[in-house]
Ligand binder design. Structure first.
Ligand code: FE2
Ligand code: FE2
Length: 429
């Protein structure tokens, strides 16, 4: 959209400002009311007003504490809360010197090629403990096309996964089985991120890999809690079919770290923030308070995973000089990943994921472009090479959002990433 109000007189600049502000007050108020858009400055420059808006994401306040926390050994769900594993359970994988990986990336590749889900979880925890104790270097490894899976659960198309009415399991166990499957997929996807992008550590830095190994460890603990509770209910993981959608979405984002961050932590993990509290409420309604406590705890811990994804997404956007909000939406559309509500806006906002990034209505042409294109200028007077350039109109800058322009824009993202990686490689060598 491009609007000109035909404002003509430089001498009438204050009148222009007042009229412009009055005319756009509704838009201004709307922008201010949306959680993700902060009106950063209203500046008077050379007699003109420049109103700058920018889509922002505030980092989760607990992120640094999560990063510096010690390895969580409370992998068992005690009478009321998490606790250290009883001695009857082991957390060490049965590995000896000959088959023992020597780097974090190799450990990740081992997890991905391990089909036994409980062994997968235990290797994950062991590897993260070694990494946190500075006993491993990062290294590099190749990620398999898809992670190894056990014979059970049988993987079926999403529509063939039994719903609560047709489930062979009681409804609380049915819900926990679905959650256990999500957690196991999350273990693999976090490790896949570590392993697949391990060759780009010179660009991404050590903290990136540390964060996603940490996420994998959290997910392996969540998987353990779900399995423990399933077992207490007389069931086990594998007792009903499951789907393969999450791995499929992970594969879509295998070639590009920004796509991976957008699809996995910022879409898949964020769904956990939406659905976790609802599921916990349902379990309480069904009289299973113990399962509800587990689910609530998992939902709380998912906040860090979304936050870490947003933080790295912003970091990579900064590296390649891209707007994060429009880039996120373009990637999601390009990869055909669905953003499904209802959304838990408060939790998403807390994790640093602004509402206009993911909510379709706010992403419509009407408002999206005002939000995303950052600058509304009134009676713009620009100083250039010592001369006054007077632009005698009121312009709202916008960019076209056709598929063609989105595709061109994504090409540019990929090119800039490639260039950045090439430059860093050259610098490193
Ligand atoms: Fe989880
Ligand atoms: Fe998670």
């Amino acid at each position: 959209m491009n609007c000109s109000y035909g404002v003509t007189a430089y001498s009438c600049k204050w009148w222009v400002i007042e009229m412009a502000l009055a005319g756009c007050w509704q838009t201004f108020t709307y922008l201010k009311s949306t959680a993700s858009i902060s009106v950063q400055t209203v500046r008077i420059v050379g007699g003109s007003v420049r109103l700058c808006t920018r889509a922002t994401a505030d980092e989760w306040e607990g992120l640094q504490a999560w990063r510096s926390s010690s390895v969580d050994e409370r992998r068992f769900w005690g009478p009321k809360n998490t606790c250290i594993q009883p001695s009857t359970f082991t957390t060490s994988p049965p590995l000896n010197g000959s088959n023992c990986p020597s780097t974090l990336a190799e450990w990740g590749a081992l997890v991905l090629s391990t089909s036994d889900p409980h062994l997968k979880a235990s290797i994950t925890h062991h590897a993260f403990r070694l990494w946190s104790n500075h006993q491993l270097s990062l290294g590099t490894a190749n990620a398999p096309d898809r992670p190894a899976r056990p014979e059970k659960p049988i993987l079926v198309p999403l529509k063939q996964v039994p719903d609560v009415r047709s489930s062979p399991l009681p409804r609380n166990a049915h819900a926990l089985h679905i959650l256990a499957h999500i957690e196991l997929n999350a273990v693999d996807l976090a490790w896949d991120t570590v392993v697949r992008f391990s060759g780009h550590s010179h660009v991404l830095g050590r903290q990136f890999f540390s964060d996603f190994a940490h996420v994998a460890d959290d997910e392996s603990r969540h998987f353990g809690w779900c399995c423990q509770r399933l077992s207490e209910l007389g069931c086990q993981y594998g007792d009903m079919p499951a789907h393969d959608v999450l791995v499929g979405e992970g594969q879509k984002s295998a070639k590009n770290v920004m796509a991976r961050l957008a699809v996995v932590p910022m879409v898949q993990e964020a769904r956990g923030l939406d659905s976790g509290p609802r599921l916990a409420g349902r379990l309480v309604g069904w009289g299973d308070v113990r399962s509800a406590s587990i689910v609530s705890r998992i939902a709380e811990e998912e906040l860090a995973h979304v936050a870490v994804g947003v933080s790295w997404f912003l970091e990579v956007c900064k590296m390649i000089d891209r707007r994060p909000d429009t880039t996120f939406r373009e990637l999601i559309q390009d990869l055909n990943v669905e953003l499904k509500g209802p959304f838990n806006h408060a939790a998403r906002q807390q994790a640093g994921l602004p509402r206009t990034w993911y909510e379709a209505d706010l992403g419509s042409n009407k408002v999206e472009k005002l939000a995303s294109d950052s600058e509304i200028e009134f009676g713009h007077t620009r100083m250039a090479n010592g001369e006054n350039e007077i632009e005698n109109n009121v312009t709202i800058n916008n960019c076209d959002s056709t598929d063609q322009s989105r595709s061109a824009s994504l090409d540019e993202v990929y090119k800039r990433l490639e260039l950045l990686i090439a430059m860093e490689k050259e610098r490193a060598s």
